[in-house]
Design a protein around this ligand. Sequence first.
Ligand code: SAH
Length: 345
Amino acid sequence: MTDLTDRLTAGGELSDDEWRFLIDGSYDRQILFDEADKVRRSHYGTDVYIRGLIEISNFCRNDCLYCGIRRSNADASRYRLTGEEILACCERGYGLGFRTFVLQGGEDSYHTTEWVGKIVSHIKEEYPDCAVTLSLGERPREDYKSWHQAGADRYLLRHETASRSHYEKLHPPDQTYLRRMECLRDLKQLGYQTGAGFMVGSPFQGTEELISDMRFLQAFQPEMVGIGPFIPHHDTPFATYPAGGLERTLTMVALTRLTLPKALIPATTALGTIHPQGRELGLRAGANVVMPNLSPENVRGQYSLYDNKACTGQEAAEGLAALKETVAAAGYRVVVSRGDAVQTA
Ligand code: SAH
């Protein structure tokens, strides 16, 4: 097993059978998690970076079959934060020690190029020592370019699945795999620290699809990778599908750390939602980022991508003191830092 993990960390290619073994095989997962932790510590020590997640709108023109804020969900109660509200979140977050703000939302047509650009430049003027991450879905290259010029440092756009046929089962025909990939290439080319990622246990996903995801990560070399279990939302076509499993998700987190030793990998909210210790277990399997919710409390319940999404307690910015203790108990340390990716040689 460790000969495979050593080869992965060295940037080597694995055969289908070797990948199948690492993903599905019966071996002691603790050994895999420990290997991933060792690699993480060699680049990042015990640092855990925190990101203040501001969910700026749940209006969405897309119709992803898995997502609770898809446009077809007439029962979603919609909200959009004002520029002032977003800046107030940053102010509060800065005081708490956040040095990265993540503006995430549905694909809301109200968010014009100028509107987003203005907010980004405002935040960068007020908090020049902070990084701004955007996660606003697929946009024309010109938008990405203008937001990067306004000061946005990073962009999160999960590829969701690197298998084209699988992508088509998770999305309606007007949302294409090729367009998703084009956006990711645009972001990287424009100089963003770029985040890809996928759900574990999404409907119709088998081991072959996960192998495609790993090979995609190896080829694309994103700076950030978000990995969480699929969790059903009651108002979507996937309402009755089972959630992704804890061990399988941790396995993919660990394999991602070995494949991309210097990546920034969050222990995601979804992981914390399926298991009370999900976040800590994610950190111990190679993750090095947590993204507490910094949205105004009155809208948090509305950004409902899946059922029972955690947004209180240690998932919330105001739970940061408790989160720090949990992280310390797991053997790591929350640091006040932008937490950029360490440079690739
Ligand atoms: N509109 C933005 C933000 C999407 S929400 C974009 O397109 O990038 C952020 C992530 O939540 C998605 O990329 C998806 O991977 C995840 N997500 C959505 N629905 C989910 C579900 N039911 N279970 C788990 N994760 C989900």
